[in-house]
Design a protein. Structure first.
Length: 168
């Protein structure tokens, strides 16, 4: 039986982790949160213009729609641009608000048997990304509750990585 974590309940301090890298930050993801790790071609990505800028878009995978969240945007790190083929950590239903979401990371580093003591506790604060070369543990509260709500045209935050400009 799997346990669903609420944003108030952090991951255990002793568990198996899968380490990924986003920019210069190592992100530990509890292995029991991971459904699978896949490679996704940029041509598979469908844009979601009226949703949170955290979303890169969605893909069709294994008969379902999988929303993709940018690890760079989530950690407030500079964008490096979407690669031709990206690594996606698909999360399972163990974590309520991250269920069936794919986290796009730069690199898969490997795993460990328990949480290292060098992990940094990081809380998203606008304009305060984690320090480079730190290790942070993915936490469900990093994603805002309203990210699943479509935004109206006049209230959308422009995506800084897009070059297209709309003229009146």
């Amino acid at each position: 039986m799997s346990m669903v974590l609420s944003p108030e309940r952090p991951p255990s301090t002793s568990q198996q982790l899968i380490f990924t890298r986003v920019g210069a930050v190592n992100v530990g993801i509890p292995s029991d949160w991971v459904a699978e790790i896949i490679r996704v071609s940029r041509s598979q990505l469908l844009d979601l213009p009226f949703y949170s800028p955290l979303f890169l878009g969605v893909i069709h995978h294994s008969g379902a729609i999988l929303p993709l969240v940018s690890g760079h945007r989530l950690l407030q790190l500079p964008e490096t641009g979407l690669r031709e083929t990206s690594i996606v950590v698909s999360l399972n239903a163990t974590v309520a608000n991250l269920a069936h979401v794919g986290l796009v990371v730069d690199q898969l580093l490997g795993g460990t048997a328990n949480t290292p003591s060098a992990m940094t506790s990081w809380t998203p604060t606008v304009g305060t990304p984690p320090l480079p070369h730190t290790q942070v543990l993915l936490h469900p509260h990093w994603l805002p509750q309203d990210m699943w709500q479509p935004r109206q045209w006049g209230t959308m935050t422009p995506n800084p990585s897009e070059d297209a400009k709309v003229s009146p």
